[in-house]
Design a protein around this ligand. Sequence first.
Ligand code: G1P
Length: 300
Amino acid sequence: MTKRIRKAVFPVAGLGTRFLPATKTVPKEMLPIVDKPLIQYAVDEAIEAGCDTLIFVTNRYKHAVADYFDKAYELEQKLEKSGKHRQLDLVRNVLPEGVRAVFVTQAEALGLGHAVLCAKPVVGDEPFAVLLPDDLIWNKGGPGALKQMADHAEANGAGAIAVQDVPREQTASYGIVATDDFSERSGRIRRMVEKPSPETAPSTLAVVGRYVLPAGIFDALEKTGRGAGGEIQLTDAIASLLDTTQIDAYRFRGTRFDCGTHLGLVEATIRFALDHEKISDAARDSMARTLHELGVIDLD
Ligand code: G1P
C-alpha cells in the first residue's frame, strides 16, 4: 500500500449518552472546545493530511452535523454586508474549497466496525483514514497525528494505527496491540485485541482513534462477527489482516484528549483556552486566581 490517502471516514453515529442532557439535542461531535465543535478539529486534521473527501457515517438524529458542513448562504450574506470578513472566513473554512463532505447512514448501531463498513461504497478500492472525533489530538506547531501517520504509511507501504502507552489498569478501555520491536516511533502489529482485561492484555500500547487502513479491511469487516460488547469491532477485522498485511502501530507526536469523557473534554477546553489567540492571557489569569482561591497554588 503506497498510495496517498484521500478519503477520511468519521464515525459519528453514536448516541453520546455520557453527555446527557447536553446531547439530547446537540450531537456530542458538535460540543465546542472553546469556539470550534469537536468534529472540526478532526476534519482539519484530515484535510491537513491531504484528504479531500470526508465521509461522515451518521444516523437520523445527527442532522446538526450535516447542517454544520452545509453552506450557510444567509449567514454568509449578512456577514459580508456588515463587513465581518474574519467571521466570514471562519464560516467558509468549515469546509475549504476543493473538499467535499459525503454522508452515509448507519441504520443500526452495531459497532465501530459496522460503521466503517457503511463507508465502503464511497471509499471503494483505495487506502483511507478513519478518525474518531472523540480523540482530539494536539501537536502544537507541528504536523497533526494523521499527517504523521499518512506520511509513515506512504513511505513504508503499510497501514498505520495511532497508539499511546496507557497504565495497565486501563487496557479494558482500548484496543491493545502487540508489535515487533519499535524502531523510534513504529512497529509492525502482530496481535490486536479489543478491550482486554489488564491480566490478559498483550501489552500496554493502546489504540487511539486514528487509522490508515487498506481497502482490504472491508472484506475483513464483512466476515467479522460480533466481538467485545456484542458489537462488530474494527479491531477484530484489523486483527484478521495482520498475517498478510503490514499494519504498523505508530506512536504519534502530540497530546491526546479523550473527549468522550467529561474530564477529557474539560482538559481539552482548558488547554485550548490557555492557547487561544484571543483569550489566552485572560484564561491564564482566571485559572491562576481560581487555583489560588482553592489553595492549590500560592500567588502571594
Ligand atoms: C474505540 C476502539 C478502540 C480504541 C478507542 C480509542 O473504542 O474500538 O479500539 O482504543 O476507540 O478511543 P471506544 O472508545 O469507541 O469504545
